[in-house]
Design a protein around this ligand. Sequence first.
Ligand code: SAH
Length: 241
Amino acid sequence: MMRAAGVLLAPFVVAAPAPVPDRAAERAAMVLEIENLAATAGCVEVRRIDRSVLTAMRAVPRHLFVPQAVRASAYRSEPLPIGHAQTISQPFIVAAMTHLLQVAPGQRILEIGTGSGYQAAVLGQMGAEVRTIEIVEPLAREAAERLRTLGYGKVRVRAGDGYAGWPEEAPFDRIIVTAGAPHLPQPLVDQLKPGGRMVIPIAARGGGGEELVIVTKDRRGRVRKRALLPVRFVPLTRSRG
Ligand code: SAH
């Protein structure tokens, strides 16, 4: 039998590592700011962000989704660079899009534009079954690894062109596109369930930027589009060939 007291005592002798700050207070402040921005937004549909969205965003450690160099700014009300000329959206935009998506636990959700994996983590935190596609391969790899490490291992990440959706995993209850599309991709419409809903930034006519569009498909398969608010996203790019 091994009962060496010295071995048991060892942990008390070495210096304890500095506690990792979890920055919960900053997340709570971020959520308050989201609620304030929503209350004064030009668009009535986002005036009261659903509690389930705010609860999820209070839980997901946004600072662990951004590069070390901008980590201090992780909870500020702004988009941040995540490398490869891409950005993680401003917290309010993540909240507004997630709210407009009308997420419920168990829904099958497809995201186009994984980026850091933050939006996917918020959806996973809300109990959805998340599939996400990222066209920049290193970003896809890093996001998959990060999601696994942080306990969102159920989110499935794929590297590829999201314009074509993910036919093998379709149909989806919800689809969220987090890059600015030139038009509504037909494959995504096809992969939406009847009764389903999509949130997508689509290039605004005559001008820079996009408008955030809600696409719904009713039980009979009829598709409706409604533009809600002006937004600005990095472009949805296409793979060649
Ligand atoms: N949702 C992300 C931020 C998205 S930024 C987050 O939470 O961090 C937009 C992302 O869309 C970028 O990473 C970009 O590389 C990706 N993207 C652009 N075009 C794409 C396409 N056709 N298919 C999949 N991803 C695409």
